[in-house]
Write a protein that binds this ligand. Structure first.
Ligand code: TYM
Length: 332
């Protein structure tokens, strides 16, 4: 079976709706017919400063949320990145294949380092995309299900794979991004021209999946729309309404056309009220499952232990090939 792989950073207490619709939901769907690997990217998280206690909690919460979202440990290897030293090891090799200018052109690095102010960004933040390439290439996956904001990192990953293959010997499979256009980019509810994001969004612009559902409902009802009244899909003229239509459609399975028909002649009030209910119905069981799973630490540890074992078998093999091909003497 072809492999799929993806990761998420444990940098918030809760996934937001963008993480879920853009990525995690597809992970759950892609378990059928693939051999899946999904991990919590704690090595990536420390590219910016983290409180150790909070990071540990968030990592466990991230695992519980994956399970609550339907990622099934029987079918998927679920693991924590730092449990596999192979990620950092291959990351180093790939850093040595990356040009300084090439790394500097990564837009996420440019954005994050600009925000941090002069000198505030770490070398780790700079090396972030090469670690991500290592995460992926170790498992030789066919698909990497992510949101639109990760596309450039996927392109670098393919470039590095190709470079390694042609400089040494064909070792890596070129992974393809798996990005569904309907949910590739969920926008901020208060500023529908920027993506929903834990770092950039104001609290009222972001739906946290583990938040009190009443709070999430209120955020939907007060989402920014426009001065018209017609519920219509038009990303240029009506980015707010279009974003809400996308969310509504993704959570219910109704097509956008069906929804537009349903709200013909009605105002934004009805539309947002109904969507608020859809969101509440969706997050309520999700939270319950997550909080129940968090009560069972022994189970989470077992999931991570099993996941790491399955991942290690694959990662070790790739790294051994890589070390051999770059000319390292094998340890005896
Ligand atoms: P992260 O933790 O920022 O986000 C996790 C996933 O959520 C997607 N996403 C969105 N999708 C749609 N709309 C949004 N507003 C939105 N916000 C976030 C992201 O695209 C991502 O798929 N670098 C990665 C983590 C990572 C990784 C990897 C992913 C590390 N190694 C290897 C794939 C393969 C990141 O920071 O995602």
């Amino acid at each position: 079976r072809p492999r799929v792989l993806s990761g998420i950073q444990p940098t918030a207490d809760s996934y937001h709706l963008g993480n879920y619709l853009g990525a995690v939901r597809n992970w759950a769907d892609l378990q059928e017919g693939y051999e899946p690997f999904f991990f919590i990217a704690d090595l990536h998280a420390i590219t910016v400063e983290q409180d150790p206690k909070v990071l540990r909690q968030r990592t466990l919460r991230a695992v519980a949320q994956l399970l609550a979202a339907g990622v099934d440990p029987e079918r998927s290897a679920i693991f924590v990145q730092s449990h596999l030293p192979e990620h950092a090891e291959l990351g180093w090799v790939l850093q040595c294949l990356t040009g300084f200018g090439e790394a500097r052109r990564m837009t996420q690095f440019k954005d994050k380092s600009a925000k941090g102010g002069e000198g505030a960004s770490s070398v780790g933040l700079f090396a972030y995309p090469m670690l991500m390439a290592a995460d992926i290439l170790l498992y030789r996956p066919q698909y990497v299900p992510v949101g639109e904001d990760q596309r450039q990192h996927l392109e670098l990953t393919r470039d590095l794979a190709q470079r390694f293959n042609s400089r040494y010997k064909k070792t890596f499979k070129l992974p393809e991004p798996y990005i569904l256009k309907e949910t590739a980019k969920i926008y901020d509810l208060q500023d529908p021209t920027i993506k929903m994001s834990k770092s950039a969004s104001s609290p009222s612009g972001i739906i946290d999946m583990l938040d009190d559902p009443k709070v999430s409902a209120k955020k939907i009802r007060s989402a920014v729309t426009d001065s018209e009244t017609e519920v219509r899909f038009d990303e240029e003229q009506k980015p707010g309404v279009s974003n809400l239509l996308r969310i509504y459609s993704a959570l219910t399975g109704s097509s956008i056309d069906t929804l537009v028909e349903k709200y013909a002649g009605k105002g934004y009030g009805d539309f947002k009220k109904d969507l608020a209910e859809v969101v509440v119905e969706f997050v309520t069981p999700f939270r319950e499952r997550t909080f129940a799973l968090l009560e069972d630490r022994a189970y989470l540890d077992q999931v991570l232990f099993d996941g790491a074992e399955r991942a290690r078998a694959v990662a070790r093999r790739t790294l051994t090939d890589v070390y051999d091909r770059v000319g390292f003497v094998a340890p005896v």
